[in-house]
Design a protein around this ligand. Structure first.
Ligand code: APR
Length: 237
């Protein structure tokens, strides 16, 4: 039984995707491309080439998305995962989301696979820059290069530390929980294979079964904001 597997787990690895934040009202990249932004394509807004082409445009787009995300709150799914870390010996949370909502809900050991919307980095060297959210594109105090948002853009590599830690976690865990992700975007989608090969129990929670649902030991269909609290509360019984 899933509850027993979770109760017995030594190290739980959780992978989350956009679905976990859907009930908070965080728009997906596509959903956010409305109104003023509908005329731009993702290449212009979320690639290094697009940024070099028009830094102020890309900076405005990310400022606008930061504002949207600042106005939403973590939902019961985020809170349940924060609670789970207190109920199992070890939990590592890998998220593809850039919204920081897991941390706001209280999760500690969060690996941000695709970076963070609110982090600023030097475009040339990648170092983190502690700056307020300037209206115009800030420049790096070290080298004068433009400052960019610390997210992983299309065509960019996953940050090495996040990649290595995530795959090491997948190989070490004995329960792997995939929540609110289509499991289509690699390399994150490959984590479950590593966990399965290492003998972990695998669980999918998604609004509807994904096309890989039958490869998981358990596939639960429904809202993560409802199913996660139910599952985690059942541990206390
Ligand atoms: N509860 C659970 N699952 C949900 C909910 C919900 N309330 N709402 C939506 N979902 C599911 C959808 O059914 C879908 O399978 O969440 C999944 C979201 O899939 P994607 O939009 O593909 O998001 P994700 O898997 O996070 O995408 C990975 O791709 O677009 C890039 O960089 C972006 O990080 C993102 C990556």
């Amino acid at each position: 039984m899933l509850r027993d597997a979770l109760r017995d787990a030594r190290h739980v690895c959780v992978l989350t995707g956009a679905g976990v934040s859907a009930e908070s009202g965080v728009p997906t990249f596509r959903d956010a491309q409305q109104g003023l932004w509908a005329k731009y394509d993702p290449h212009q807004l979320a690639t290094p080439e697009g940024f070099l082409d028009n830094p102020p445009l890309v900076w405005r787009w990310y400022r606008w998305r930061r504002e949207l995300v600042s106005q939403v709150e973590p939902n019961p799914g985020h809170h349940a995962l924060a609670k789970l870390q207190e109920l199992v010996p070890r939990l590592t949370l890998v998220t593809q989301n850039v919204d920081g909502l897991h941390q706001r809900a209280g999760s500690n050991d969060v690996i941000e696979f695709h970076g963070n919307l609110f982090v600023n980095r030097c475009f040339a060297e990648g170092c983190v820059i502690d700056k307020d959210d300037d209206a115009t594109v800030p420049t790096c105090p070290g080298c004068g290069s433009h400052v960019r948002p610390g997210v992983v853009w299309f065509g960019e590599a996953i940050p090495e530390a996040a990649l290595n830690e995530s795959f090491a976690t997948a190989a070490d865990c004995d329960l792997f929980l995939s929540v609110g992700t289509s499991s289509l975007v690699f390399p994150a989608a490959g984590l479950v294979d590593v966990a399965r090969d290492a003998g972990a129990v695998t669980v999918e929670i998604n609004l509807e079964p994904t096309e890989h649902a039958d490869t998981f030991d358990y596939a639960l269909a429904g809202k993560s904001g409802e199913l996660l609290p139910e599952l985690i509360n059942s541990l206390a019984i």
